[in-house]
Design a protein around this ligand. Structure first.
Ligand code: ATP
Ligand code: MG
Length: 463
């Protein structure tokens, strides 16, 4: 859950700075919202339940970092996170996804996170158990592990103690060999459990809601006998397989479900992208607007706080943090129904990126494009370097394209970079470069891209 060493707002911004250039206002607000949840969890009085999350509405043109901020935020918070597109939903009763599915997805995500953590916790124990199973397959024990009862008839008939001892010694020897990875290629026979459930998905699809469908499926697969099949595999393969099985056995799923629900309730983040697409736009009545408003009305109780049924149990959405984002080119935030507007009290505007921002985005983030390409070439043993001038030219070209054609924000850098480096990516490693070095210069950038700038028809097609 939320730990005592949770990052402060300033630390959160510092983390976000590693990936996102500029947009300080947005970073600041999401950082506060995140820290506030930790603060709420540490409130001891009854008012804890009254404290509502600071849901945020991010407004900004395409490709300026809205989604990126939300995604990084979730990573920092180690919180269950789902991203949905508002335009994908349809009003309840129509064909399409209903809004509650986003909450079910959040719980699913939370279950996966908790399960993974719990599996990690029992990893050592599971590994130990697996070692014993593999050992048993290699050298079956003479002495029963349960209370030392004799297992073999020979032993029952009075096998000399020395044989049992010898068996133990051999087993110990092999245990060491397994540990040292000396027997990875040895073939052994293990029991493999197979699920023999029918394809329940076919039955009654369309007649049942998603939850009862899932419950039914789970129930049936629990009832179906798990057929055990013998398979000959190498020790290495067996380990991978058994480890999964043993750690799953050691994890208490009821505990996982409960913890996952709590985690989703208190730490979950739902990011609703393209919320502007469900705003009513010009205010005309009728047509598609009716359904859009329907989606908004469906969203309302979820954002406001309600209970949703999931296959892992009931979840209350009161403290889930919602971050909505949209470009709002055509519609305005005020075109959303007032109740929904009110549920996103914090508005942050993301600024358009400048050419200077582009220069920094190309160089600075941990996942900067120049670093990504360098890593790709490095995998071929080729070192790529970008001269300062070249980076400047790339940024400038991308910026110009955005002005002349559609403004797609920082995404333009991706298309420009790929255009610039594609030929090298094709040539490496078949063609060799002097000293395995490629130096990207300003001339190279202009030469490869200027033709496109001049020829608008061509560039619109290619970039
Ligand atoms: N301020 C920024 N700093 C660093 N990288 C950025 C920034 N803005 C955008 N990017 C990069 O551009 C890409 C697109 O950004 P993002 O997905 O956040 O756009 P968006 O604002 O959500 O746009 P849309 O409205 O189209 O969804 C991301 O891969 C991201 O790496
Ligand atoms: Mg986005």
């Amino acid at each position: 859950m939320l730990s005592a060493t949770f990052l402060t707002p300033q630390q959160i911004v510092k983390e976000l700075d590693k990936y996102i250039i500029g947009q300080h206002e947005a970073k600041r607000n999401v950082a506060i919202a995140l820290r506030n949840r930790w603060r709420r969890m540490n409130v001891t009085s009854d008012i804890q339940n009254e404290i509502v999350p600071n849901n945020i509405l991010m407004i900004g043109a395409t490709g300026v970092g809205k989604t990126e901020i939300a995604r990084r935020l979730a990573k920092i918070a180690d919180a269950p996170f789902v991203k949905v597109e508002a335009s994908k939903f349809t009003e309840v009763g129509y064909v399409g996804r209903d809004v509650e599915s986003m909450v079910r997805d959040l719980v699913e995500q939370s279950v996966n996170m908790v399960k993974a953590r719990k599996k990690e916790e029992v990893k050592e124990k599971a590994a130990h158990a697996v070692e014993e199973i593999i050992l048993d397959a290699l050298i079956p024990p003479m002495r029963s592990k349960t209370a030392g009862f004799p297992v073999t008839t020979e032993e029952a008939n009075g096998t000399p103690a020395s044989d049992v001892e010898l068996n133990e010694r051999t087993r110990n020897l092999f245990r060491e060999k397994i540990k040292n990875g000396e027997l990875e290629e040895r073939k052994i026979e293990i029991q493999v459990k197979q699920n023999t459930g029918p394809g329940v998905g076919m039955i009654g699809a369309g007649m049942m809601d998603e939850v009862s469908m899932m419950n039914l499926q789970e129930m049936l697969s629990g009832m179906m006998p798990k057929k055990a099949k013998k398979r000959k595999v190498t020790v290495g393969e067996a380990r991978k397989f058994l480890l999964e099985e043993e750690s799953a056995k050691l994890v208490d799923m009821d505990e996982v479900k409960e913890e996952a629900i709590r985690k989703a309730e208190n730490a979950g983040i739902i990011f609703i992208d393209e919320i502007d697409k469900i705003a009513s736009g010009t205010g005309k009545k009728g047509g598609p607007d009716v359904s859009r408003e329907g989606v908004q009305r469906d969203l309302l109780p979820i954002v406001e706080g309600s209970t949703v049924n999931t296959k892992y149990g009931v979840i209350k959405t009161d403290h889930v943090l919602f971050v909505a984002a949209g470009a709002f080119h055509i519609s305005k935030p005020s075109d959303l129904i007032p109740e929904l507007q009110g549920r996103f009290p914090i508005r942050v505007e993301l600024t358009n990126l400048t050419k200077e921002d582009f220069v920094r985005i190309l160089k600075e983030p941990k996942n900067a494009l120049t670093k990504q390409y360098q890593a790709l070439f490095e995998a071929e043993g080729v070192t790529v370097s970008f001269e300062e001038d070249a980076i400047d030219e790339i940024a400038k070209t991308a910026f110009e394209f955005n002005v002349e054609m559609e403004n797609i924000g920082a995404r333009r850098l991706q298309t420009v970079m790929s255009r610039l480096l594609n030929e090298f990516l094709y040539d490496v490693p078949d063609k060799t470069f002097p000293d395995s070095q490629i130096k990207i210069t300003r001339e190279m950038v202009t030469q490869k891209l200027k033709g496109l700038v001049a020829n608008k028809d061509l560039s619109e097609y290619i970039l």
